[in-house]
Ligand binder design. Structure first.
Ligand code: SF4
Length: 209
């Protein structure tokens, strides 16, 4: 018991040190449109991990992850409030890239590979309590579930295969409204199951409405 407590303390300290290093990171500064501002949150006790792509301009400006209409929709899918969502002792938010990567021809550029290579495995190793990882979009899905295909729709349709450790979703961006219309099973089947799963992990959450 005492040993386990000491190990948990070590892990928490390792994660704190690592987060400090990440927040000072400038590895790909010369490739970014703005000064690096890594946006992520985690404590070693977190049981839910949320993995998105990379911050957009609004999140870059505030430094708060999912602090935009996409975040509002994500919270409504989970049916949780901001207080729960931003409680890093319960929810870790670690996207594939930590800084805003800039604009591409259609939407934002992909998350920086340097970020994945330098930080990802080290950070995940400091999160021993994760019970569910939410994989939002293609980059998160392909990294965490190598058997996922390139198509987000195809991967999300197979979501039951990846449970209980992972649940893949499309990006909750308002731009994906048409996708949601074309794929009504997502909100009718996957979202209710996701809400149930979250409440199994966090029984302290209010019941689903
Ligand atoms: S995107 Fe990642 S690797 Fe690049 S500067 Fe930001 S934290 Fe460092």
């Amino acid at each position: 018991m005492a040993e386990r407590k000491a190990e948990a303390g070590d892990q928490a300290r390792r994660l704190e040190r690592l987060l400090k290093e990440v927040r000072a990171c400038r590895i790909c500064a010369s490739e970014l449109p703005f000064e690096p501002r890594p946006v992520l949150k985690a404590k070693a006790s977190a049981r839910l991990l949320i993995v998105g792509q990379a911050p957009g301009t609004r999140v870059h400006a505030t430094g708060i992850p999912w602090n935009d209409p996409s975040g509002d929709r994500l919270r409504s899918w989970l049916q949780v409030g901001r207080e729960f969502f931003y409680d890093d002792s319960r929810v870790a938010i670690i996207p594939m890239g930590f800084c805003y990567p800039g604009k591409g021809r259609s939407g934002d550029l992909p998350p920086r590979q340097e970020c994945v290579q330098q930080w990802r495995e080290q950070l995940l190793a400091c999160l021993p309590c994760i019970e569910l990882t939410l994989l939002i979009g293609q980059y998160a899905q392909q990294y965490h579930i190598p058997e996922a295909g390139k198509s987000v729709t195809g991967t999300v349709q197979r979501w039951r295969e990846f449970a209980p450790a992972y649940i893949p979703t499309p990006h909750p961006s308002p731009r994906n409204q048409l996708w949601l219309k074309r794929n009504p099973w997502f909100e009718q089947e996957l979202v209710p199951d996701l809400r149930r799963r979250i409440r199994e992990i966090f029984p302290e959450l209010p019941d689903i409405e």
